[in-house]
Structures are given as C-alpha cells and as structure tokens.
Design a protein around this ligand. Structure first.
Ligand code: NDP
Length: 441
C-alpha cells in the first residue's frame, strides 16, 4: 500500500517541528499541518515571549542596585505597549525562522486544521491525505476552573502577551510555574501583585527548601502571597475584580494546562485517551500502532526540550534505524522567577523516600558577592542531595541569580552519575556563585 506521506505530523510546535525535521533528514516524505502560527506554545505564548518579559521586568531592580555601585539614580519610565510590540515582533520573526527551517528540510506544510479519519487518513482543511505513520503533537491549553463562580472575568496566560494596558493591580490564581513566573514579571514591571494559592506553598513537586526559598524571596520583592486559600468566587465590582477580599484590574487564572484533544478524530483511528491525555508507551506509540504522540498532549513532563526529545526519539526509531526512548530521569528545569530557581534530579524528600537513611544533604545559604554592595538582603541557596552509599549526587537545586544557566552545567554531571567526590575534585571559578556547587562540605 502506498501513502501520500511516510510521516504526517499534526501540530507545528516544538515537538512536531523537531520530529518532522529529523524524519525528513532520514529521507522520509513528511507533511505537517498547523492551523495557527508555527512554533506552538513555547514560541507564541510561552517560554520565549515569557523570557523576554522576564528580562524587561529585571531592569528596575538593576537601576536601583546600580546606586550601591556608585551610579546616580535612574529615572526611567516603562512603556507597556512598546514592550508588548517588541516581544510580539520577535515572536513573528521566530515564526518565519521555523517556516524556513521546515522548508529547508523539505517538509510540506499545510496551514490547516487536521483531523484523523482512520488510522492512515487525515482530513487536512478540505483535503484528504494518507500517511504510513502519523505523529500527534497538538500541545495543550490553559485550564479554566469552571467551578469558580465569575471565572469568565479571568484571563489566562495566552492573554498576558496581548494586554492593551499594564494592569496596575493583578491577582494571580495558582502557584505553578506560570503563576509564579507571571507574578514576578508583573511585580518587576511595577504592578501590584497578589498571588493566591490553594496550598501552603508554591511549586508543589520541587524541593521543599527551594519552594520556601522562592516564596520568601518573592514576598521580599513585594509580592503578596495568600496561601491555603482555595478560590471559589471572582466578583466584579465598580472598584475592580474581587477575590478573597483583594481587588484588582486583572485576574490571571494559572491553575494548570490540559491536552488539546477536541475534534482530532482520535476515536476514528483507535487512539485511546487515558486520564485526559493521549495514552502512549515508552516509544510514544499510541494504542494505534502506526500513530505516535509527543509533548503536552501526552501530559508526561510538559517542557519544550522534553517534547523535542520525545519527537526525535520517534524519528530515530521509526526512520533512522536507531531505537531510542526518552529518559525522564534527571531532566533539568528552571523557574524564571525573581529570585530564579533551577533544579535537576531528586528533591530531598523524594530521595529519602527512595534511598532512606543513606541520604546526606549539603547546603549553603549566603549573600552573593553582587549583593554585598546593593544593600539588598537577597539570599542564594545551593543544595546537593547525595546518596552516601554510592556517593552519587542525586539532586542539585538552586535559588538565586542565573540559577538556570548554572544548573544547566551541573545537570551534565548529575546526568553522568557524578559522585560528590568528583564535585569536590572540581575547582571552583572564583569568585562566582556557581563555585558553591563544588565547595559544599
Ligand atoms: P502547574 O500544573 O505547574 O501548576 C498549577 C497550579 O495551579 C498549582 O499551583 C496548583 O496547585 C494550582 N491549581 C490547580 N488547580 C487549582 C484550582 N482548581 N484552584 C486553585 N489552584 C489550583 O501548571 P502551570 O499552568 O503553572 O504550568 C503548566 C506547565 O507548563 C508546567 O507544569 C510546566 O511543565 C510548563 N511550564 C514550564 C515553564 C518552565 O519550564 N519555566 C514555565 C511555564 C510553564 P497545587 O499544586 O498546590 O495543587
């Protein structure tokens, strides 16, 4: 049986594009459908525009810090519209970069909605195409908690990149990555921020000291965190939107994301759903043997590099003759909050659960050299979780400036199974914050 394509990819986000390019590189005939802008969540309404806004939000503190170093006061003003325009122009430029990358790889693109008709047939816009193998990489969307009365007054993270005006006061619901990062961005840009979380602390799943370290740091930077407050009502009043006695101009619901599964025709192709996500095995194969799924629509570990890696593993295995599975161990991740945090490997509590009494923790909490002149009481936390039996470093965690950049390097060592003795044998770069990772005793 011959098909129009060896591989047809539904979704032009990080996972879909990476798979399409890798498969085409192996000589496969590849088609890709995307009804929205190329680049998916990460490029259009996630990592990239968010990180640009993080940079924008850092300047006011740097202006203040500069005075400790002898600079005079900086009187600068912030133009929200100018920032949003610049950020969106950069996103548009990246859309073009992705377009050219796919063109160069010889991937045929359809700017249309694709839907499964049967295991080898897709309806793409008003065309029907057939494919030997199909990859579903359709991502996810922000979840709206419908049980909260007045939730229609709230916006989601997608909307943050298109607000016409900067809200003077903003309430953020949720204490995950998105809630925390936007709380810090908006606070840095000068909005009055209240973050309301349903449990005691933000960032469930992260190392406990890192969670409290970030939360305390955020509060120190002026964010009001209302904890243990499950929200069930948003009220619209003449003064603004009211939640838990706080009034604001904008309420951002950042209470998680859900896979995009509607209207994909999964049922026509025998692709099963499990707990709200596309069910896949370790090869990202769905319940239909020629159909694969990667990224947020499978709800495994919803990070861009993970989706890319899952997709490349599919392409290597199916088209490159190299069997690959994605490893979910020691995936590093950062929260671009202020203070920033990053982590790789096991949090202390999880390590103790798995390894028991053999866990030894090394930590340092200190003021970085930079802050010795800024007058800011900012603490950096560096922590290693070690299994004393094997001497292996099981987890590395950090709160402080450049945590993402620093932990990326540490992650190589952790991924390689480095021991504490090998960390100790590495010389520090002095004076730096990163050297603390090799001087912990
Ligand atoms: P998360 O799942 O990370 O966090 C959701 C938050 O909302 C949690 O604090 C949770 O509380 C809270 N929550 C859930 N339901 C309710 C509810 N009904 N009422 C009140 N609070 C609720 O989701 P995000 O939307 O923040 O992010 C989605 C994913 O995107 C992340 O998991 C991450 O994988 C990815 N991401 C990664 C980034 C990065 O790498 N820097 C940045 C942004 C996103 P609790 O946990 O206490 O139950």
């Amino acid at each position: 049986m011959s098909y129009d394509y060896d591989l047809f990819v539904i979704g032009g986000g990080s996972g879909g594009i990476a798979t399409a390019r890798r498969a085409a590189g192996y000589g496969a005939k590849v088609g890709l459908a995307e009804f929205n802008d190329l680049g998916g969540t990460c490029v259009n309404r996630g990592c990239i525009p968010k990180k640009l806004m993080v940079y924008a939000s850092n300047f006011p503190e740097w202006f203040e810090d500069a005075q400790g170093y002898g600079w005079g006061p900086v009187h600068s003003t912030f133009d929200w519209h100018k920032m949003i325009t610049a950020v969106n122009n950069e996103v548009e430029r990246l859309n073009g970069v992705y377009q050219r990358m796919l063109d160069k790889a010889g991937v045929e693109q359809f700017r249309a909605y694709a839907k499964l008709v049967d295991p080898h047939t897709l309806e793409v816009g008003n065309r029907k195409v057939t494919a030997d193998k199909i990859l579903i990489a359709v991502g996810g969307h922000p979840y709206m908690p419908e049980e909260v009365s007045g939730i229609e007054h709230a916006i989601v993270s997608d909307d943050m990149f298109h607000l016409k005006e900067q809200p003077k006061r903003i309430i953020i619901l949720g204490g995950g990555y998105i809630g925390v990062e936007f709380a810090c961005i908006m606070n840095g840009l000068g909005s009055q921020v209240t973050q309301i979380i349903r449990h005691k602390e933000i960032l469930r799943g992260f190392d406990e000291e890192i969670r409290s370290g970030i939360q305390e740091g955020m509060q120190q930077h002026g964010i009001q965190v209302l904890s243990s407050r499950p929200v069930n009502k948003i009220e619209k009043t003449p003064e603004g939107l009211q939640v838990e006695g706080v009034t604001a101009d904008v309420v951002l619901a950042a209470v998680g994301r859900r896979p995009n599964l509607n209207n994909l025709g999964l049922e026509n192709a025998g692709v099963d759903i499990d707990r709200g996500a596309i069910a896949v095995d370790e090869y990202s194969r769905t319940t239909q043997e020629n159909i694969f799924a990667v990224g947020d629509c499978t709800n495994r570990l919803n990070l861009t590099p993970v989706a890319i890696n899952e997709g490349r593993a599919v392409a290597d295995t199916e088209f490159g003759g190299k069997e690959q599975v994605m490893s979910y161990q020691n995936v590093p991740t950062a929260v671009f909050s202020t203070p920033e945090a990053a982590t790789v490997g096991l949090p202390e509590a999880e390590a103790r659960e798995q390894y028991g009494e053999t866990i030894k923790v090394y930590r340092a909490r200190f003021k970085s050299t930079y802050h010795s002149l800024t007058g800011r009481d900012e603490r950096t936390i560096v922590k290693l979780v070690v299994d004393e039996d094997s001497d292996r470093v099981l987890g590395a965690h950090m709160v402080g400036e450049h945590a993402g950049e620093i932990v990326q390097g540490v992650a190589i060592a952790v991924k390689m199974g480095a021991t504490k003795a090998q960390f100790d044998a590495t010389l520090g770069i002095h004076p730096s914050t990163a050297e603390e990772f090799v001087t912990l005793r």
